[in-house]
Design a protein around this ligand. Structure first.
Ligand SMILES: Cc1ncc(COP(=O)(O)O)c(C=O)c1O
Ligand SMILES: N[C@@H](CCSC[C@H](N)C(=O)O)C(=O)O
Length: 383
């Protein structure tokens, strides 16, 4: 089955009990056990729920893994994945990860004895050099949030395999529509499903998928033991969103190409980061590794122009944290999504104070460009 068909007919596309073509929402915290100690498929809502299981099966198929796990948020999924490991284990982590992941690593996991070396995963020699005798995994995003940097997944998984390490990839920005890291050698994929998978800015959710049975068994145990599971209503919302992922991504991409092209040609814009631009440093890698270039664009205005005034002047595009929804959102990583990263670390990693990040939605591209244009025009005469 092709990916776009799988989005709609994958998982349990039909309810086995009633034949309903939309998976029902099983709002049940517990299930009747007919016999004491007998085999039961469903016992307790945290351990397993038929609606959540349907979503998990679908996500495993879409990422080409053996099992999927749905969590209460992307951060909960990432936390559960790190819980596979133990105090004293060392991780090589990409230097441009979501601010909340950076916070989880530095302010939570380190307190439990986990060790981290943060490197630019585009630099394969630096990744090799960071590996220590106690290294257990390499963790990164591609494309990254918010600088849209790409890492060569095959090259990293080759290094990981040579050193017997796991590769864990946050596939939130690409989605399985654009890339399936497990097919390129990764062991675990995580998602903030709050973003493109949900697609409508109405659900907070996380997903982890693995292609290794042994990891799947341990993740199932951890999901139940830690308990940060996704509820049945949100599982249903996510499945509903996923059905249109392909259709949405095609419009997201079309709009993003047009918006990036507009920004590149505006005299008030200093720099545009978008993997679809032919002069973007990772353009060739994006061409080879991804189906399309995604719909996230980061950019900087010319010195002297107020990025704050610009984002506040937009009328259609909302100033808000998050991305991947049908509506376009704009934000300042330094004070919003990546505010948890200390300023000196953030600047060293290339996230300037006035960097602007735009999540291009699926509105009419002419309206989006008109809004950006009116915001930029208001800056004329300001410097
Ligand atoms: C790339 C990435 N990974 C993980 C997360 C965490 O996801 P959530 O907000 O669903 O916890 C986010 C955003 O929050 C993100 O942008
Ligand atoms: N204030 C939140 C930050 C949410 S960021 C959401 C998303 N990952 C994005 O990049 O837009 C927090 O502190 O967790």
């Amino acid at each position: 089955m092709k990916f776009n068909t799988q989005l709609i007919h994958g998982g349990n596309s039909e309810d086995p009990t009633t034949g309903a073509v939309s998976t029902p929402i099983y709002r049940a915290s517990t299930f009747h056990q007919r016999k004491l100690g007998g085999e039961v498929k469903w016992e307790y809502g945290r351990t397993g729920n038929p609606t959540r299981a349907s979503l998990e099966k679908l996500m495993a198929e879409l990422e080409q893994g053996v099992a999927g796990f749905a969590f209460a948020s992307g951060s909960a999924a990432i936390h559960a994945v790190f819980s596979l490991f133990s105090a004293g284990d060392h991780f090589v982590v990409g230097n441009d990860v979501y601010g909340g992941t950076f916070r989880l690593i530095n302010q939570v996991l380190k307190r439990f004895g986990f060790e981290f070396t943060v490197v630019d995963t585009q630099n394969l020699a630096a990744v090799e050099a960071a590996i220590q005798p106690n290294t257990v995994a390499i963790y990164f995003e591609t494309p990254t949030n918010p600088l849209l940097k790409l890492t060569d997944i095959k090259a990293i998984t080759k290094i990981a395999q040579q050193h017997d390490l796991k590769t864990i990839i946050d596939n939130t920005f690409a989605t399985p529509y654009n890339q399936q890291p497990l097919t390129l050698g990764a062991d675990i994929v995580v998602h903030s499903a709050t973003k493109y998978l949900g697609g409508h800015s109405d659900v907070v959710a996380g997903i982890a998928v693995t292609n290794k049975l042994e990891l799947a068994e341990r993740l199932a145990f951890l999901q139940n033991a830690i308990g940060s599971v996704l509820g049945p209503d949100d599982s249903w919302l996510l499945m509903r969103g996923i059905k249109t992922l392909g259709a949405r991504m095609r419009v997201h991409h079309e709009n993003a190409h047009a918006v990036a092209d507009f920004l590149v040609h505006d005299p008030r814009v200093a720099k545009v980061l978008y993997p679809g631009l032919t002069d973007f440093p990772d353009h060739e890698l994006a061409r080879n590794q991804m189906r399309d270039f995604g719909a996230m664009i980061s950019f900087e205005l010319k010195p002297g122009l107020s990025a704050k005034q610009f984002v506040e002047s937009l009328k259609l595009i909302d100033l808000a944290e998050s991305l991947g929804g049908i509506e376009s959102l704009i934000e300042f990583p330094a004070v919003m999504t990546h505010g948890a990263i200390p300023r000196e670390v953030r600047l060293a990693n290339g996230i300037k104070d006035e960097l602007i990040r735009l999540s291009v939605g699926i509105e009419d591209e002419q309206d989006l460009i008109a809004d950006l244009k009116q915001g930029l025009t208001q800056l004329d005469g300001e410097n």
